[in-house]
Design a protein around this ligand. Structure first.
Ligand code: PLP
Length: 365
């Protein structure tokens, strides 16, 4: 038996009980009418958390990075200019993925810990095909203003990573003119890792690559998988086999989304904000220094500087051994000098704040 952990790192988070319970329900076949209903409802609920009416909104059957690959492989034509805002590890990953898809990448580099400089990104190239940015940089704990990128994108497509923002902070894909985006289930959605909620609007879909280099992630072929024809003709449910849907995981996502929407998206965002504010205030009261720039700090993922002379890895090891608490190391160059503390999904609660603060005090002595 695995002893339960408090997953207070950068993800995965502890799932909502509704998501966990759904995993124990009887397994359904991927074309069972009961499963098709669950899939339809899941796509509909995903539209709500994305803030979109895009027909093509679905859970891709793989983790967030596959969402990133799907986004680029379906929209980058050979030689397309793709401007990528890089203010952390996941922006960096985007440049790699875009380049592998044949893009001419224009990387707009930022100091880590700071938000994306919208003016610099928008003026980086006169006519990019795509502008890409990470809404919530998990590597640094920073939120960027994707709405401003949408307002200034011109003819370019706006491609957004919402892995750590979805169901944690305000996200309005349609209002902010996000053309396509991907997310993950294991953070604020409060579901185990394994699916990549994805959305793409008509504008981006019409410009897509006809035959992308990836068979599995070809959005043109995935239409039948989620019954896109069925959606269009009033729910007749025309389904074609593309791959075996991970039915248990989709049912679990359905459970998590149901819980979130019953609580209310605004309330869920406010709960994340309150938990993040309390944690950040508590850490500062302990004399610790926060890493992310003030004014752009994510509530769901807090980055804190490891005090001088403290062994970062030893503290994390002790938190796990003594208190069953997982927190994250820093990313990249900050691996040993920053900790990442996530209060996501179910963990965005006052008692979790008190627990992690008390445990940290105990271990730091
Ligand atoms: N983008 C961001 C912002 C992330 O935080 C992560 C994972 O932590 C990813 C992309 C990649 O997602 P996954 O690890 O689920 O493949």
């Amino acid at each position: 038996m695995i002893r339960e952990r408090h997953l207070f790192g950068p993800g995965p988070s502890n799932p909502y009980p509704e998501a966990t319970r759904a995993l124990a329900e009887p397994l359904l076949g991927h074309l069972d009418p009961e499963f098709l209903r669950i899939m339809d409802e899941t796509c509909e609920m995903l539209r709500t958390v994305w803030g979109t009416s895009n027909t093509r909104t679905l859970p891709l059957s793989a983790t967030g990075s596959a969402g990133m690959e799907a986004a680029f492989v379906n929209t980058v034509h050979p030689g397309d200019v793709v401007v990528v805002a890089v203010n952390g590890l996941f922006g960096q990953r985007m440049t790699d993925v875009a380049a592998r898809c044949g893009a001419e990448v224009v990387a707009v580099e930022h100091e880590w810990g700071r938000p994306v400089d919208v003016d610099r990104v928008l003026s980086a190239h006169p006519s990019p095909a795509i502008i890409a940015a990470v809404h919530a940089e998990t590597s640094t704990g920073v939120r960027s203003d994707v709405a401003a990128l949408g307002a200034g994108k011109g003819d370019a497509l706006l491609l957004v990573d919402a892995v750590t923002s979805i169901a944690g902070i305000e996200l309005r894909a349609d209002d902010w003119e996000i053309d396509l985006g991907y997310a993950g289930t294991q953070k604020c959605l409060g579901v185990a890792p394994g699916l990549a909620p994805f959305t793409i609007n008509d504008r981006a879909f019409e410009r897509r690559v006809e035959k992308p280099r990836s068979w599995y992630l070809d959005l043109g072929m995935l239409g039948g998988y989620v019954g896109e024809a069925g959606v269009k003709d009033g729910g007749a449910g025309q389904r074609t086999y593309h791959h075996t849907a991970p039915t248990a995981m989709v049912n679990s996502l359905h459970g998590g989304l149901t819980r979130i929407l019953e609580e209310g998206l605004d309330t869920v965002w406010a709960r994340h904000q309150a938990a993040g504010d309390a944690l950040q205030a508590g850490l500062e009261e302990m004399g610790l220094e926060l890493f992310a720039a003030e004014g752009s700090r994510l509530p769901e993922l807090t980055t804190v500087k490891v005090p001088e002379g403290v062994d970062s890895a030893a503290v994390r090891k002790e938190l796990l051994a003594r208190h069953g608490i997982e927190i994250g190391a820093g990313a990249g160059a900050y691996a040993a000098s920053v900790w990442r503390i996530g209060l996501m999904g179910r963990n965005a609660r006052p008692d979790a704040v008190l627990l992690v603060l008390a445990a940290l005090k105990d271990v730091l002595g």
